[in-house]
Design a protein around this ligand. Structure first.
Ligand code: FMN
Length: 335
């Protein structure tokens, strides 16, 4: 009997649960086609950033006010973006071209953190043919005067604003750094998020000792990072009215299987595609299918969430008691 690998995510039918996450691998039509040929079930385009949209508005403004200067932030930001995506017009063209060339769902990503006119571009994503939108809210609350309640409201308002502009589903990619993650997830779903993409991975700055400078430092993930999303997906499965996508640390078929058992509707890949190229998807999908056949699972839908917190025999394993158990069970093997 063949295994049914299809999975529903954001109301879309995916041919299998493997999705290409936003990264440079999804930034050109050629590599998008390679990803589809290799077996991915959907693609998330690299983000279009709030700062790029503001830059456009500022640039138009500057033409009218000859001689005025861009802010140092905008000047510093924009040159770095030029090799990643080249602004709204080319981004909208990429959405359209991807839609014409691919049969798998195309999900553009909008990345920002402040309420404002930049969110209007979501409508143009939809008009360009997007099947859904991923809204990445990438915000670090550094102001000591800013409260948790204000930060949470910012997220909820942004989700409500973008969702109200479009009729396609909106998935929200957030960080795990909330005091009450489960409540936040429910509020995001209540504000209109059809899906949650767990989790955003903050790029942590580093200090360069020779140069005495602070520099961004992006390292690719390893499978060790998987368990943050694993825990929260298992906890949220069945508790929030939203699809769940896992991102962060999925490299092997085993990684993907664990996330599906926890309750993910799809597993997104960035680092493993950057390291191994699109062909890696084929090995992953066949690894998932092989394991499922051996275990006599007939479909991904049947398997999804079968070890979520609600379904597993030891729900406390996802909570605090697991912490005590982990500490007391340490044997020193890895020293
Ligand atoms: C080089 C690079 C560029 C990325 N660009 C984006 C982006 O534009 N928008 C976004 O939401 N995430 C972006 N990400 C994050 C990935 O989509 C993904 O969530 C993260 O890398 C964790 O998954 P991984 O462990 O498979 O790499 C990027 C990641 C990398 C490594």
């Amino acid at each position: 009997m063949s295994t049914d690998l299809r999975s529903r995510y954001l109301g879309l039918e995916l041919r299998n649960p493997i999705v290409a996450a936003a990264s440079p691998v999804t930034s050109s039509l050629d590599s998008l086609k390679q990803l589809q040929d290799a077996g991915v079930a959907a693609v998330v385009l690299p983000s279009l950033f709030e700062e790029q949209l503001e830059h456009e508005e500022m640039a138009t403004h500057n033409l009218m006010l000859a001689g005025s200067e861009l802010s140092p932030e905008a000047r510093g930001f924009f040159p770095e973006m030029q090799n990643y995506n080249t602004g709204p017009d080319n981004y909208l063209k990429l959405i359209g071209a991807a839609k014409r060339a691919l049969s798998v769902p195309v999900i553009p990503s909008l990345n920002g953190h402040t309420p404002g006119g930049w969110t209007r571009i979501a409508k143009r994503f939809e008009e360009a043919g997007a099947d859904a939108i991923e809204l990445n809210i990438y915000f670090l609350a550094t102001d000591p005067q800013s409260t948790g309640a204000e930060v949470e409201k910012r997220y909820v308002d942004l989700v409500a604003s973008v969702s109200s502009m479009v009729s396609i589903p909106v998935a929200v990619k957030v960080s795990p750094y909330f005091s009450a993650m489960a409540n936040m997830a429910a509020r995001l779903a209540g504000a209109g998020a059809a899906g949650l993409v767990l989790f955003n991975r903050f790029v942590q700055p580093d200090i360069l000792l020779d140069e005495l400078e602070v520099a961004p430092h992006l390292v690719l993930s390893t499978s060790d990072e998987l368990r943050l999303a694993l825990r929260w997906i298992a906890i949220l499965r069945g508790r929030v009215k939203a699809s769940l996508a896992a991102t962060g640390g999925a490299h092997t078929a085993e990684d993907a299987l664990k996330l599906l058992l926890a309750g993910a509707d799809c597993v997104m890949l960035a680092s493993s595609l950057l390291r191994r190229g699109p062909a890696h998807v084929g090995a992953l999908v066949s690894g998932i299918e092989k394991w499922m056949t051996e275990r006599e699972y007939t479909s991904v839908e049947q398997m999804k969430g079968s070890l979520s917190q609600q379904a597993c025999p030891d729900p406390a394993a996802f909570e605090r008691s697991n912490y005590m158990k982990a500490l007391t069970s340490y044997t020193g093997d890895s020293v």
